[in-house]
Design a protein around this ligand. Structure first.
Ligand SMILES: *Cc1c(COP(=O)(O)O)cnc(C)c1O
Length: 392
């Protein structure tokens, strides 16, 4: 019997990146093995400094995951039961999950149809409705840099200021993204990012960081991510001659970035600007070749620079396209098939039917193609041809 075999390509080629930098990362890991400071070793502080510099923020606190990085500022602001935190429903579940951890209520907001990011007009509607309802106190807005493009942070900042709310940028997908040559940290009170391996800047395990220009907030987060340890500001006027980590001022958590991961990230950050440029080249080539063949190719606003965490197109027969690509050995991903407010864990927070119209429509149309900095033109063409050859 004749077997037709297709060679599968990876969705994100982490091995190709590793081949590029394995000498450096191996040496960096060996160095940590030799000095043995696996927790809070010198590489963690070095990485925090580099990270802050790269992202134009005054302070960076590395932590154990992107999820914790969103939770930490909420904890610092003592967000609690009875508080409303506004966020999109069209996002990875961690955005809304951490709100629920604290007993607060995620208020889901619709997205812009072209960028998939939180719609500022719908945000105002949601805030006004919450105020009229009078059951919850509006506290925080979380914007998400979905697929690598920053949300409209200037507008979100304006809205946050008008209503006296805090603003978090969930930058787990958006590290390196800018708008008007500025980073999300220029607008948001806190920026949460993730170093999950598949994110544009990933480590070899879990990791995350909070960036902020507010030194008071950074201090609080520094305390909270190590069990609420005393930080310098807590000890003013006191004599405490023991390790401040054994003097617990507040209820915190254990959310540290491993030294080994920091050492790896220091190496990866060096090649990150080149990777950003390459990802943009791949995206431009995809767009030029796929426009007109699918319902929509990604739209990046003027003055916005995307890191292309995902290359996401739309198709009326999305699942048909997915099966067609899969039969040709091309993996794709659906981000996200089920909006947060439709998921069993969060449907109790769902707004009235019809409120999140764009979100619900997009969930049935989006499909993301392989995207990374090591996607050569031959492989790009194979993917492009496969998409073009689908007539469903
Ligand atoms: C990946 C992701 C997170 C969570 O990051 P982890 O490091 O996996 O905890 C949060 N928000 C968004 C939008 C993400 O894509």
């Amino acid at each position: 019997m004749l077997e037709i075999s297709v060679i599968s390509i990876p969705f994100i080629d982490l091995q190709a990146q590793h081949r590029q930098i394995s000498k450096e990362t191996d040496a960096a890991i060996q160095k940590v093995m030799a000095h043995g400071a696996f927790i809070m070793g010198p590489e963690v502080g070095l990485f925090e400094n580099e990270l802050a510099e790269f992202s134009g923020a005054k302070h960076a606190v590395a932590c154990a995951s992107g999820t914790d990085a969103i939770a930490l500022p909420l904890m610092a602001w003592e967000v609690k039961q009875g508080d409303a935190v506004f966020c999109p429903s069209f996002t990875f579940c961690a955005t809304g999950e951490v709100i629920s951890w604290l007993g607060a209520t995620p208020v889901f907001v619709d997205i812009e149809p072209d960028t998939y990011n939180i719609d500022p007009d719908d945000l105002v509607r949601a805030i006004e409705e919450t105020l009229r309802d009078g059951k919850l106190a509006p506290k925080v807005i979380i914007g998400v840099c979905l697929f690598g493009q920053a949300a409209n942070y200037p507008k979100l900042r304006e809205i946050a200021d008008k209503y006296g709310l805090k603003l978090i940028a969930d930058n787990a997908q958006g590290f390196g993204a800018t708008l008007n040559d500025k980073h999300p940290s220029d607008y948001a009170d806190a920026v949460a990012t993730s170093f999950f391996p598949a994110k544009p800047l990933g480590c070899y395990g879990d990791g995350g960081a909070v960036l902020s220009n507010h030194s008071g907030l950074a201090d609080l987060i520094d305390s909270l991510h190590v069990h609420g340890k005393a930080v310098a500001a807590d000890l003013v006027g006191q004599i405490f001659d023991h390790d401040p980590k054994y003097y617990n001022i507040r209820v915190g958590m254990n959310s540290r970035l491993d030294t080994i991961q920091a050492a790896i990230l220091l190496e990866k950050l060096k090649i990150f600007p080149t990777e950003l440029a390459t990802r943009n080249k791949v995206a431009a080539r995809y767009c030029a070749s796929l426009e007109g063949y699918v319902a929509s190719v990604p739209f990046v606003k003027k003055e916005y620079f995307s890191n292309w965490a995902q290359y996401t197109i739309e198709h009326e027969n999305r699942d048909g396209l997915r099966n067609h690509l899969s039969s040709l050995g091309i993996p794709c991903a659906i981000y996200y098939p089920v909006p947060m407010h439709v998921n069993p864990a969060y449907k109790r927070f769902a707004p009235a039917p019809g409120t999140l119209r764009v979100t619900e429509e997009k969930a049935s149309r989006v499909i993301s193609l392989p995207m990374h900095a090591y996607l050569d033109e031959e492989t790009q063409d194979r993917i492009i041809d496969a998409v073009r050859s689908f007539n469903g």
